[in-house]
Design a protein around this ligand. Structure first.
Ligand code: ZN
Length: 194
């Protein structure tokens, strides 16, 4: 379950650009620590999330800052629930969490079976998703071709390493766009060959 290590538990006071990225951070936390959460209330001044299990005290808030960011306020990070979360609130079944994670780990093509996606989630993240959720994920990734794209971008560092290894003197700079998390530019310098 090495992939669980790539997910982090957000710390109190972390700032987010918007509520969506705030919730994605909570999703990572929920998948890593095996719980589920739901929104309790949302207004202009706050968004409150609680553990999806009845009677559990886990509770966090997003509070807007003067800079139009949202800051995480952890009211209570102790779970007193004994279950494994509530299925309908499972973060691993949300497309916003699932699609980017699957595309990072799997090159989804027409030949990909939904079971491959189910297995990925089970083996790497200790998460159970349904066949239907896996099938829908596959179709979305194929439709947007997001899977193939992100996978190929992920391969770029390996390409850089290979190129520099087989061609001494070649230096490849990978430029990462902070916002899209992709690599829009690939610059090569063949100085030794000029
Ligand atoms: Zn709980």
């Amino acid at each position: 379950m090495a992939a669980l290590a790539e997910l982090s538990v957000p710390s109190n006071g972390t700032e987010y650009l918007d509520i969506d990225s705030f919730v994605r951070a909570l999703d990572d936390w929920a998948v890593k620590k095996k719980f589920s959460f739901r929104m309790l209330r949302r207004d202009a001044q706050r968004a409150v999330y609680v553990c999806a299990e009845e009677g559990c005290g886990w509770r966090v808030r997003a509070r807007p800052t003067d800079d139009e960011l949202w800051v995480l306020v952890i009211d209570d990070d102790e779970h007193r629930c004994i279950g494994r979360g509530v299925r309908k609130f499972a973060s691993s079944s949300k497309k916003e969490w699932l699609d980017p994670v699957v595309s990072r780990h799997l090159n989804v093509t027409k030949e990909t079976r939904p079971k491959d996606i189910e297995d990925l989630l089970r083996v790497r993240f200790a998460e159970k998703i349904s066949y239907k959720v896996a099938q829908q994920c596959k179709l979305r990734l194929l439709d947007g071709d997001i899977g193939a794209q992100q996978h190929s971008f992920q391969l770029l560092p390996a390409y850089k390493e290979l190129l520099e290894k087989v061609s001494p003197g070649v230096h490849v700079d990978l430029i990462r766009d902070r916002h899209s998390k992709l690599f829009p530019s690939l610059f090569s310098s063949f100085s030794n060959y000029l």
